[in-house]
Design a protein around this ligand. Structure first.
Ligand code: SF4
Ligand code: SF4
Length: 295
């Protein structure tokens, strides 16, 4: 099984709509993994039917039992994250669940054993069916950390699903940015498709992602979405990408059909004949050849 990870470096490049089109065009023996767990939206186009749902336990969190707390204040001294404050009654202390980083130090030093440090549910993950095959996706709770861990879990479950069903391609909608979640999206992948746009911020973020990719030494391609918005910058990005060892696999023009398709829950390829759809098809052919060429 080979895994293609699609990343963008920044939000708003249209990465997820490209992924949805690739899912439409890929052979039936494909599993999808949505690793954009902080703002998952692939499901809006692919309308998955959930077949399996499980809690995601990404870490532990402290809570103080007010009936045991003797208000000594030691936990406040030990908490490096300023997550413990006086309770509204002024007689005990309480933990700010959002600020708590789950280090567990307070529990160790509480003389009254008033602090519970138990695994916390941080979100949910799902195995679903879509009209283009199985998809593994997830939802991280609001203000929850550990998205890197959840990304790793989603990819692991997608791989297990592929093995169980005898599928030979995995398309992963990677996390945005250059931090821990995107690194968790890339580790052990076979190929990467970078979707960017011809804007100064798109170029800047591409530069940062290419630095990251070189650390992973992964075979990588680049595709420029909304390419006709600035053809000069598009050409500069392609030249830059080639210099850094990425293979340009095509340009997708700006088209209102992309948004129109999304509003009715379709990929642009399914929406009908339009320029963006033809360009995405050409991109997919080059991507498929590139993946095929990997041993
Ligand atoms: S260390 Fe324990 S007893 Fe002391 S204030 Fe904190 S929770 Fe209460
Ligand atoms: S677990 Fe760590 S971060 Fe959370 S309240 Fe305790 S000391 Fe602070």
């Amino acid at each position: 099984m080979k895994e293609l990870v699609v990343i963008s470096g920044k939000g708003g490049t249209g990465k997820t709509s490209v992924v949805a089109s690739l899912a439409t065009l890929a052979p039936p023996r494909t599993v999808l993994a949505d690793c954009d767990v902080d703002a998952a939206d692939l499901h809006l186009i692919l309308s998955p039917t959930i077949r399996h749902r499980e809690d995601f336990v990404g870490g532990s969190r402290a809570t103080i039992d007010p009936s045991l707390c003797i208000a000594c204040g030691q936990c406040v001294q030990y908490c490096r994250f300023d997550a413990i404050h006086p309770a509204p009654d002024g007689k005990t202390y309480q933990v700010d669940a959002i600020a708590c980083e789950g280090c567990g130090v307070c529990e160790r030093f509480c003389p009254a054993e008033a602090i519970d440090f138990s695994p916390a549910v941080n979100g949910e993950w799902y195995i679903s069916d879509t009209r283009y095959g199985p998809m593994v996706h997830a939802r991280l709770g609001i203000a929850e950390e550990n998205s890197g861990k959840l990304v790793t879990l989603v990819r692991k479950k997608a791989k297990e699903t592929a093995e169980a069903k005898g599928l030979d391609l995995m398309i992963t909608d990677g996390s945005p940015g250059v931090g821990c979640p995107v690194m968790a999206s890339l580790t052990g992948a076979d190929a990467v498709l970078l979707v960017t746009e011809p804007t100064p911020s798109g170029f800047h973020d591409l530069d940062r992602v290419v630095d990251l990719l070189q650390r992973f030494q992964l075979p990588a391609m680049v595709c420029i979405n909304k390419a006709d918005l600035n053809l000069e910058l598009t050409a500069q990005i392609e030249a830059y990408a080639m210099k850094r060892g990425l293979q340009p696999v095509g340009r997708i023009p700006y088209s209102p059909a992309v948004t129109e398709a999304q509003t009715v829950g379709l990929s642009v390829v399914e929406y009908g004949d339009n320029e963006a759809a033809s360009s995405v098809k050409a991109v997919w052919e080059r991507v498929a050849q590139f993946i095929e060429s990997l041993n």
